[in-house]
Design a protein around this ligand. Structure first.
Ligand SMILES: [Zn+2]
Length: 165
């Protein structure tokens, strides 16, 4: 046996990509949840290049956020973030339509709170951290919901005050 711990040595990674925070278990979970099809265009991903795409902040910058590799933040998209013609690249380039469908999010948005509109779905779907799907907005615990989720007077005020000084 060579001297024990080996902590200073580089551990062998399963791949050379940087998405090492994404476990094989979660990959399988997300593929199953999305029916082995691209959430953007419905293309089958079986035998085709695809990404398990972190919605918030996008593929390359995802690791800076601790919730990046929860199923709530991940969708199956065709193609790769660096190859042309797929939905991964569209999200990587911040396509406004893909954003409107919740497939990628700004870093200020909460993936668990913003529903996705996947290809072929009839309505908004909230992706849950455990890989399940909710068809109604999940209510945050200890946070009673009022009738109108968007009516937050504080936000409007701060926006109005946010003008140039
Ligand atoms: Zn696609």
């Amino acid at each position: 046996m060579k001297g024990g711990g080996g902590l200073s040595r580089r551990l062998p990674m399963t791949g050379t990509r940087r998405d090492t925070g994404l476990s094989a278990r979660v990959r399988v979970l997300v593929r199953q949840r999305d029916g082995y099809a691209c959430a953007g265009c419905g293309t089958s991903i079986i035998g085709r290049p695809h990404s398990i795409y972190p919605r918030r902040t996008g593929g390359m910058r995802a690791t800076s956020w601790p919730g990046a590799y929860l199923a709530s933040n991940l969708v199956v998209l065709c193609g790769a973030a660096t190859s042309p013609g797929g939905c991964s690249l569209a999200c990587e380039q911040r396509d406004p339509l893909m954003h409107a469908r919740g497939l990628w999010l700004w870093s200020t948005e909460d993936p668990a709170a913003v529903p996705v509109l996947r290809h072929g779905s009839t309505g908004p779907e909230w992706l849950l951290p455990d890989g399940a799907i909710a068809y109604e907005e999940p209510t945050g615990r200890g946070q009673p919901r009022q009738g109108r989720p968007e009516a937050d007077p504080k936000q409007r005020t701060s926006r109005a005050l946010g003008r140039r000084k």
